[in-house]
Design a protein around this ligand. Structure first.
Ligand SMILES: Cc1cc2nc3c(=O)[nH]c(=O)nc-3n(C[C@H](O)[C@H](O)[C@H](O)COP(=O)(O)OP(=O)(O)OC[C@H]3O[C@@H](n4cnc5c(N)ncnc54)[C@H](O)[C@@H]3O)c2cc1C
Length: 277
């Protein structure tokens, strides 16, 4: 226990070393404090607000009926609840109950409940595997040896300057907001592992440095699913898939729009280009 202040010593209890201030009068004062504490950090606060009040607000906006058909579109009706679930602001059971409150027939909320199930499943696997989630769960199905994948994150990816409007857009969003839509995570992960031939662990570590919902279980096991060390085949996509689910907003502004897009091909062609079967 700390000793009481003697006369002549300020009455306020000193903060313990390592304590960070917790009360702020506004987001601006939080931002100012962070800038002072971490002068090397680039950019400002994420636009995603924390806290229980904001989480409850988002809970009232979930659209379980529309979710199933629309969830793969970047502007689709996803909940954006992951940072709150990740940090324990909301429990999965609370989200489940909110979903059921907003649905007449249970079947129509099936897809969203399924996704909550994935989160639960990954957490349970983590408990079982521990740090094993950092290792390949199975052999890759790409035909490439796992030691043929690179171990360093290339600069153009770290800085979001690959020249591909889609990938640079996702990286900029990851840096500025700390959140990405699931489909964008899949595309970006697939690009890193299959087009750039990076070890999935490199990408997983990089995501965890930036995601506000960064969670080793959901993250690493999803990277392994993309890489094919935890699924029966590697996940790839092509331009038409990305264009459709992103509403074409990246391709129309991309310098490689007319020539040189690495995703412009059929799945069969990409498969033979990227993998050794
Ligand atoms: C490469 C990659 C890395 C990922 N890393 C993370 C991570 O670090 N942390 C994380 O929480 N999720 C991760 N995910 C899963 C998923 O992308 C996010 O949970 C989801 O995009 C969060 O947005 P949302 O809250 O709008 O999800 P919604 O689609 O609205 O789903 C509701 C909730 O269900 C859970 N959920 C949804 N999809 C998944 C999924 N595929 N796996 C596990 N749980 C899911 C989340 O808790 C989410 O908040 C990753 C996916 C990929 C492909």
């Amino acid at each position: 226990m700390a000793t009481p202040p003697r006369s002549g010593v300020p009455l306020a209890w000193p903060e313990q070393p390592g304590d960070l201030p917790r009360q702020f009068t506004s987001r601006d004062s939080l931002e100012r404090e962070l800038k002072q504490l971490f002068p090397q950090a680039e950019g400002g606060l994420s636009p995603i607000e924390g806290g229980r009040r904001r989480a409850e607000e988002l809970l009232t906006r979930i659209q379980p009926q529309r979710y199933g058909k629309g969830r793969n579109f970047l502007d689709g009706p996803v909940t954006r609840l992951s940072p709150y679930i990740r940090h324990g602001v909301l429990t999965l059971a609370e989200v489940r109950d909110a979903v059921f409150r907003r649905t007449r027939e249970r079947q129509s909320s099936e897809k969203l409940i399924n996704e909550l199930g994935w989160r639960d499943y990954w957490q349970r696997l983590w408990r079982q595997l521990g740090d094993g989630i950092w290792h390949d769960q199975e052999a890759l199905k790409t035909g490439h040896a796992s030691n043929s994948y690179a171990s360093d994150l290339p600069d153009d990816i770290a800085t979001g300057s690959t020249g591909l409007a889609c990938m640079d857009g996702f990286i900029a969003e990851l840096h500025s907001s700390g959140w990405l839509h699931n489909h964008a995570r899949m595309w970006l992960a697939s690009y890193l592992v299959h087009w750039r031939r990076l070890r999935w662990q490199v990408g997983a570590r990089w995501f965890l440095q930036h995601l506000l919902d960064g969670d080793p279980a959901s993250n690493n096991l999803s990277w392994q699913w993309v890489a094919s060390s935890f699924s029966h085949k590697p996940y790839i996509f092509n331009r038409s898939n990305l264009e459709r689910y992103s509403g074409g907003r990246f391709c129309s502004a991309c310098c490689l729009r007319d020539r040189g897009c690495p995703f412009e091909a059929s799945y069969e062609d990409l498969d033979s280009r990227l993998f050794q079967r």
